[in-house]
Design a protein around this ligand. Structure first.
Ligand code: 28G
Length: 649
C-alpha cells in the first residue's frame, strides 16, 4: 500500500502524528533499538517477546513460541488473552492497530499488571513494526480469529478483519525486518537461544519453544526451579562448597528471587542482577541490599558460634570471593527507578533494605540448619580476608618508598616503557624470545613495553591461587601489571592501558592466547570488562614486486585482502607467507603489528557472562575448532584502534 492511500482512507490529524512517529523510528533506529546492526536487528524480536512474556507473567498462558522462518521473518506466539481488538472510541481505530502504531501506548504499564520485561527503551512492538518490511498480527479472542497487516514500516495494508472462528486465545505476531534499515537481516540461532534461555531462567514455569525452520532446529526451555538452575549451569564445571541456596518471595509488591553458591578455586565475584527480567549490568540498590544481607547473615552466624569476634567482622569483599549469585527482583513501574534510559543501574532506594532484610533472614536460617557448610564458608571468607589484608600491607609498603625500584627488578625479560602515563602505555605479551627480541627493538619505547613468554603458560583453570602464583610466567605478569590479583586486583592501579597478546597465527599461538585469556578472566577480570585486553593480528602475507621487493610491497591479513594486494602490485609479484612472528624483522613487526597507525587489534569482550561461563568448558577442552569458535564469538575486530565491525560467526 502506498502512503497516499493510507492518508486517504484514514485521514485524521492523529494519523499524521502516528505516521511521523513511526518515520521518526525509521530515521533514527539506534535511538529505539540501540543500533541498526545485528544486535539492533535482534531487538526487533526482543520487543515482541517482551509483550508475550508480560502476558504470560501476568498469568495468561505459559507457553511462548519463537520461530525463525525460511523467508527471513520471525514469528512469536503466546497463549494469552489476545490483544484487544475493540474500537477505540475517540479515534475509531481498533485497539490492536493503535498498539502497533503508537509509541508509549498507555495502559500497558498500569500498576496492576507488572511490566515484567520491556526492552532497552520499553517502546514495544510499534518499533518492530516501523522497522519491518511487513508485519502480520493474528489474534484469537472472543471466539474469533482476527488479522491485521502492516507493510513498509507500519503502513496499514490489510485493516482488521475476522478470518474465522476459534476456541483458542492468544496472539501471533510475524514480521520481516526491513533490509533497507539493517546492515544484516540474518537472525542468529545462538543469539535468540541465549536470550530465550535467560528469560526462561528468570521466568520459572514459563515454557519457551524456539524453532529454526532454516535448518530444522528446535529447543525448549522450561526451568521449574528458575534461578537455582541458572546458578547450576553457571557453576557446572566448578567445585561447589555446599549446595545452591535458593530463596524466593513472590507475595510482596517487590518480588525477590535469589540463588547463590560459593566455589573452590574461584577468586571472582560472579554476581548478576536483574530488574523486571532485564539485566542491570551496573548493579544498584538490589545488589547493595544483597551484599548487606549476606554479610550480616554470615557475621551473625560466625559470632553466635564463637568463630569470629565482634572486632574481626567479615566485610562484603570477603564474602564475595568465589560467590556465584543471581538476584532478580520484579516490581511495578511505580516502584522502579533506573539511573538512565539504558536501565543498567537500579536506583530505587527502598529496594536496598527490602532485599537486605530478606536475605539476612533467609540466609541466617539457611546457615543455622547447615553447620558444616556454614563453617566451611566462614573459613573461606576468613582466608580471603587475610589474603586481602596481606596484599594491602604489601601495597602500602611498596607505596611508602621501596616502590620506585620495582620497575627495574620485575624481570630481566621485561623491556619497560619509559612513560609514566600509564593509561597510554601498552604491554605486549609476546610468544617466544626471538619475536620478543624483534618486538623490543621495533617498539615505541616511550609507550610500549615487551614481555616475552617462553613456552606454554600454565592452564590456570581449576588451579588454586597458590599454584598459579608459583608459576614464574604469571607472577611476572602480575608484577608487571602492578595492580594485584584475584579479589585484590584493582584495575585503577594497572600500569598499562592496553594488554596486547601477540602470538603466531597458528594453533599453538591460539592455545597461548586462550591460556592467557583464561588467566585474565580468572584473576584480572576487570581488565577484560574494561576492554583493556587485546589480541594483536600479524599479517599473513607480504606481496611484493619481484623487480623491487624492498620498496614495492603490501601486507595482507586474509585471503580476500591477499587478492587485492596481488592486483595492487600487478604482474611480477611474489608472496611471503608469514608462518610466525619470528619471520618478520623488527621493522616489519613494528610496522604491521605494533604501530598504532597501521596495526590491527582485536579487543576481547565479554558479551554475555552466562555464555562465557557456559563456554569455559569448551574453551579448556581438547577441541581446537570449538575453541576458535569461542574466540570469534567473543571478540570484536579493532582496526587501527577504531571499532569497525563484529566478526561474523
Ligand atoms: C505474540 C507476540 C506478542 C499480548 C496482550 C493482551 C492484552 C493486551 C497484549 O492489552 C492493552 C492495556 C491494559 C487493557 C489486556 C487482553 C487486557 C485484557 C490484554 C503479545 C488494555 C493491551 N485482554 N497480549 N495486550 N491493554 N501479547 N504477544 O503482544 O488495559 S499484548
Amino acid at each position: 500500500m502506498r502512503d497516499d492511500e493510507f492518508i486517504e482512507s484514514n485521514y485524521t490529524a492523529d494519523d499524521i502524528e502516528l505516521l511521523s512517529e513511526m518515520e521518526g523510528v525509521r530515521k533514527r533506529p539506534g535511538m529505539y533499538i540501540g543500533s541498526s546492526d545485528g544486535q539492533g536487528l535482534h531487538h526487533l524480536i526482543w520487543e515482541i517477546v517482551d509483550n508475550a512474556v508480560d502476558e504470560a507473567a501476568n498469568g495468561h498462558g505459559d507457553t511462548i513460541r519463537v520461530t525463525l522462518h525460511k523467508d527471513g521473518s520471525v514469528s512469536v506466539e503466546d497463549e494469552g488473552r489476545g490483544v484487544p481488538c475493540d474500537i477505540h472510541k475517540k479515534s475509531g481505530i481498533p485497539a490492536v492497530q493503535l498498539i502497533y502504531t503508537t509509541l508509549h501506548s498507555g495502559g500497558k504499564f498500569s500498576a496492576k499488571n507488572y511490566n515484567t520485561s520491556s526492552g532497552l527503551h520499553g517502546v514495544g512492538a510499534t518499533v518492530t513494526n516501523a522497522l519491518s518490511e511487513w508485519m502480520d498480527i493474528t489474534v484469537c479472542r472472543d471466539g474469533l480469529i482476527r488479522h491485521i497487516r502492516f507493510e513498509k514500516g507500519g503502513h496499514l495494508a490489510v485493516p482488521l478483519e475476522t478470518i474465522g472462528n476459534t476456541r483458542k486465545h492468544g496472539t501471533l505476531v510475524r514480521f520481516k525486518p526491513d533490509p533497507t534499515i539493517f546492515t544484516t537481516v540474518n537472525f542468529k540461532w545462538d543469539t535468540v537461544y541465549n536470550h530465550l534461555q535467560e528469560k526462561a531462567f528468570l521466568l520459572k514455569g514459563i515454557r519457551f519453544i524456539l524453532s529454526d525452520e532454516r535448518n530444522k532446529l528446535t529447543h525448549e526451555f522450561l526451568y521449574e526451579n528458575g534461578l537455582a538452575q541458572y546458578v547450576e549451569v553457571l557453576t557446572q564445571n566448578k567445585e561447589r562448597i555446599g549446595d545452591i541456596a535458593y530463596f524466593c518471595d513472590e507475595s510482596s509488591e517487590i518480588q525477590i528471587e535469589v540463588a547463590l553458591c560459593w566455589c573452590q578455586k574461584d577468586y571472582n565475584k560472579n554476581l548478576y542482577s536483574y530488574c523486571n527480567t532485564v539485566r542491570t549490568s551496573d548493579g544498584g540498590t538490589h545488589e547493595a541490599g544483597l551484599r548487606t544481607g549476606l554479610t550480616k547473615a554470615v557475621n551473625d552466624w560466625a559470632i553466635d558460634n564463637d568463630i569470629i569476634k565482634e572486632t574481626a567482622k567479615l566485610n562484603g569483599d570477603d564474602i564475595n570471593e568465589g560467590l556465584t549469585c543471581i538476584i532478580s527482583i520484579k516490581g511495578p513501574e511505580s516502584a522502579i527507578q533506573y539511573e538512565s534510559q539504558t536501565k543498567a543501574k537500579l536506583v530505587s532506594a527502598q529496594i536496598s533494605p527490602i532485599v537486605a532484610d530478606f536475605i539476612a533472614t533467609n540466609f541466617n536460617h539457611y546457615l543455622a540448619e547447615r553447620k558444616e557448610f556454614a563453617l566451611d564458608l566462614v573459613k573461606k571468607c576468613q582466608a580471603s580476608k587475610q589474603a586481602r589484608e596481606a596484599a594491602r600491607k604489601a601495597k602500602e609498603a611498596a607505596r611508602s618508598g621501596k616502590a620506585k625500584k620495582v620497575d627495574a627488578i620485575i624481570s630481566d625479560k621485561l623491556a619497560a616503557a619509559q612513560s609514566k602515563d600509564y593509561k597510554n602505555n601498552e604491554l605486549f605479551i609476546v610468544e617466544g624470545d626471538s619475536a620478543g627480541g624483534s618486538a623490543k627493538s621495533g617498539r615505541d619505547r616511550l609507550h610500549q613495553a615487551i614481555l616475552p613468554l617462553r613456552g606454554k603458560p600454565l592452564n590456570t583453570d581449576n588451579v588454586t591461587m597458590e599454584k598459579m602464583l608459583q608459576n614464574t610466567e604469571f607472577s611476572t605478569i602480575i608484577q608487571t601489571i602492578g595492580a594485584g590479583v584475584g579479589a585484590d586486583f584493582d584495575v585503577e592501579d594497572a600500569k598499562y592501558g592496553k594488554i596486547i597478546i601477540m602470538t603466531d597465527a597458528d594453533t599453538d599461538g591460539a592455545h597461548i592466547q586462550i591460556l592467557l585469556l583464561t588467566f585474565f578472566y580468572n584473576y584480572m577480570k576487570p581488565l577484560i570488562t574494561n576492554g583493556m585486553v587485546y589480541i594483536a593480528c600479524p599479517p599473513l602475507y607480504r606481496v611484493y614486486k619481484k623487480s623491487d621487493p624492498s620498496h614495492k610491497f603490501v601486507y595482507a591479513w586474509d585471503d580476500e585482502s591477499l587478492e587485492e594486494a596481488k592486483k595492487k602490485i600487478g604482474p611480477g609479484y611474489g608472496i611471503n607467507r608469514y608462518k610466525g612472528l619470528g619471520e618478520m624483522n623488527a621493522d616489519q613487526l613494528a610496522a604491521t603489528t605494533m604501530n598504532k597507525a597501521t596495526r590491527q587489534l582485536m579487543q576481547v569482550r565479554i558479551e554475555d557472562p552466562l555464555v562465557v561461563e557456559k563456554r569455559i568448558s569448551v574453551l579448556m577442552g581438547n577441541d581446537a575448532s570449538q575453541r576458535r569458535a569461542w574466540i570469534e564469538e567473543n571478540i570484536v575486530f579493532n582496526e587501527k584502534d577504531k571499532f569497525v565491525e563484529e566478526v561474523k560467526n
